[in-house]
Write a protein that binds this ligand. Structure first.
Ligand code: AGP
Length: 608
């Protein structure tokens, strides 16, 4: 997630913009920049790296203006570089834009604008906005921005300034957050409350489709139909730490609740108007993908569980033999790979040592390597032949949550893409999957709206010494992930297991008071998991189950049950993992654990 800040008022803009960007640093970024209008000149300064680099450069930057915009960039399109950092400007250097979000149709817009003579400087989607606004500008910046945004598909929160109107700042949002701050010495727009909290606690939330024009003495909000919007501001009483967490108690909880957006952003631009999955520019040609005769998935921890789901999707839909192994084993096995093999390396950080080492071995043996990662420019992107980015935004909590659901989303898109290339999937079925993917954010919100269920369960089940998580089919990797989440943040021993394996030993663990979490989703092995639940119940285990809404059988077998919305069986993994994240979170909170920084753990394991 990028961060944007804008200011217009009676004081110097640069200190306020820099202060605001510093308050957004927690969101993670790889470059930063400012644009100021001073003495009727538009002045831009941008630097790769952290804000200290930008601040150091400001000593040679003479900008005493009271109007400006600023940006911290979390790269989505185009590697981290000064050229790709924001603000972006139009051809004439009269208009500057900062943006948080993804312009889905930027390829088309860029071609059309270049055909009209616009010269582009960067690889970013955002630069299209500067040229588009320029093409509509006839002296009224608000009007030009409104017209330009009518051409845009995707998500955005933007702030725009223009040399010809040195007292106006225009901002707008669609599906990316944007707030307005009213301070005694001027007005702010920003991606998030922390950016303005040092100057004002009086804020107004802008809604989707709204634009706002700010001047030093006031502002006006209009909606897409140009109706004037009057909205009472709110006075927040958060301190800065609460503001960085968006009012949530912990980053982990905030990130669990960001999962609908993480899925939506990861899908953005990857399903076309005909409802067909379209994975462009992943760095591996369709022909090279068609030649792949075997796939090896490698990853660690939570990413490995995403890989287990991908294996089922790829084998079922694309009919490509797929192996999976944790990176720390793969790198020391005497694997036999060939040029026709593809290794899929899943790593949200892009820096996990075992996964990087495995990729190196794979490439030595001539295999193609496709990385699935959340961090543009991370080490894995320089080692792999191709990359599919997840767009979950920076994940602060050590326990992976939104990056997991974004990984599964990206891997499902890949599985459908591979199947489409091999005609191993009816086009109608591909459309059905794409439609169900689009429906996931709303279904996730339905689950999240029932979060208190797990807060209550945690009051009952937080003081136990052992948990068993059981699943079959797609429920098995979900069970594994549920157990890992509980282990890593509550320190309770929890074991994920294929339910069918219980009778081969682990069933000896079950006795009165041992909670068993059964991932019992509708699907080809549903009856089998019911049988396993009966076995556990017969041994006085306490059964907690995650089931599919409308399931009338499960309640008789279970002490607690949570129903997830219906979905395609593979996609249901994304829905089923969220209750287990929430259960782990609330149990850990009951136990007084530090959920954002659990003991002994690091966000990225960059050493063996
Ligand atoms: C998961 O909650 C943990 N943070 C850990 O297992 C993590 O998934 C693993 O270290 C892999 O990290 P990566 O995705 O950055 O490679």
């Amino acid at each position: 997630m990028c961060g944007i800040v804008g200011y217009v008022g009676t004081k110097q803009a640069v200190p306020r913009l820099l202060g605001g960007l510093k308050r957004l640093e927690y969101r993670g970024y790889d470059s930063a920049g400012l644009a100021i209008i001073a003495d009727s000149e538009l002045k831009i300064i941008r630097r790769q790296g952290n804000l200290a680099n930008l601040e150091a450069a400001l000593s040679d930057f003479d900008a005493t203006g009271t109007l400006g915009i600023g940006h911290t960039r979390w790269a989505t399109h185009g590697h981290p570089s000064e050229t790709n950092s924001h603000p972006h400007i139009d051809c004439q250097g009269n208009i500057a834009v900062v943006h948080n979000g993804i312009i889905e149709n930027f390829h088309t817009l860029r071609v059309e604008l270049m055909q009209k003579g616009h010269k582009f400087r960067s690889e970013t989607d955002t630069e299209c906005l500067a040229h588009l606004i320029e093409s509509y500008y006839q002296g009224d910046l608000l009007a030009a921005v409104k017209e330009a945004l009518r051409q845009v598909q995707g998500t955005y929160a933007i702030a725009v300034i223009c040399r010809q109107q040195p007292d106006i700042l225009v901002a707008a949002r669609k599906d990316s957050p944007l707030i307005l701050g009213v301070a005694p010495d001027g007005l702010f727009v920003a991606s998030d409350i922390p950016a303005v909290i040092d100057y004002t606690k009086e804020i107004t939330i802008l809604e989707n489709g709204e634009l706002v024009e700010l001047k030093s003495d006031g502002y006006r909000i209009i909606d897409a139909q140009e109706n004037m919007i009057k909205r009472a501001g709110i006075v927040i009483d958060w301190d800065i730490e609460a503001a960085e967490k968006g009012g949530y108690e912990d980053f982990m909880l905030k990130e669990i609740f960001e999962q609908p957006t993480a899925v939506k952003e990861t899908l953005s631009g990857r399903i076309n108007r005909e409802g067909i999955v379209e994975l462009n520019d992943i760095g591996l040609s369709d022909e090279s993908l068609r030649q792949v005769d075997k796939i090896y998935i490698i990853a660690c921890g939570t990413s490995l569980h995403a890989g287990m789901i991908a294996k089922q999707a790829i084998e079922r839909w694309a009919r490509i033999a797929t192996e999976i192994d944790c990176s720390s084993e793969f790198r020391y096995r005497d694997t036999v790979l060939s040029e026709r093999n593809m290794v899929i390396a899943i790593t949200q950080s892009g820096e996990t040592a075992d996964t990087l080492a495995s990729v190196h071995i794979a490439r030595e043996q001539g295999a193609k390597v496709l990385a699935i990662t959340n961090v543009v420019g991370s080490s894995i992107t320089r080692e792999a032949d191709g990359v599919i980015y997840t767009h979950a935004g920076p994940e602060i909590g050590v326990a992976a949550t939104k990056t997991l659901v974004a990984q599964i989303t990206a891997l499902i898109l890949l599985a459908v893409h591979l199947a489409q290339q091999r005609n191993s999937l009816e086009q109608e079925f591909s459309r059905e999957i794409a439609k169900e993917l689009d429906a996931l954010p709303a279904k996730l919100r339905t689950i999240l709206s029932q979060a208190d269920t797990f807060k209550n369960w945690a009051k009952t089940y937080h003081d136990v010494y052992d948990f068993l998580y059981l699943g079959r089919g797609i429920g098995y990797p979900v069970a594994m992930e549920g157990a890992l989440k509980l282990k890593e943040i509550s320190y309770i021993h929890a074991e994920g297991y294929p339910a069918g394996e219980m009778k081969h030993g682990p069933i000896a663990l079950i006795k009165k008071g041992v909670p068993i979490v059964a991932v019992a989703l509708r699907g080809p092995v549903y009856e089998k998991i019911l049988g396993n639940m009966q076995e556990a119940k017969a041994r006085e285990g306490t059964i907690i189950s995650i089931a599919t809404e409308g399931d009338g059988q499960i309640s008789a077998l279970t002490d607690e049950v949570f129903f997830i919305p219906r979905s395609n069986e593979i996609l249901a993994s994304i829905l089923a993992v969220v209750p287990l994240q929430l259960l782990a979170y609330y149990i850990a909170k009951e136990r007084g654990c530090n959920v954002d920084q659990p003991r002994n753990l690091a966000k990225s394991v960059t050493v063996e």
